[in-house]
Design a protein around this ligand. Structure first.
Ligand SMILES: [Zn+2]
Length: 59
């Protein structure tokens, strides 16, 4: 069986969590937590999650 792949870095891992139905690996989860909200990188994470979220919900 395939492991789900992270919606941020697309790494396949079973060691991840679903955040707002977006799958995030452990290292990305940690990075998101460690990134302050005013960091441009945080915006990137949010964008990736929004993008992944959109593809999962047919409009
Ligand atoms: Zn990841």
């Amino acid at each position: 069986m395939h492991n789900p792949s992270c919606n941020i870095c697309s790494k396949e891992t079973k060691d991840g969590i679903y955040l707002l139905r977006v799958y995030i690996c452990h290292s990305c989860e940690k990075e998101i937590i460690d990134t302050p909200a005013d960091d441009p990188k945080y915006k990137y994470f949010v964008q990736q999650m929004a993008k992944a979220h959109r593809t999962m919900i047919p409009s």
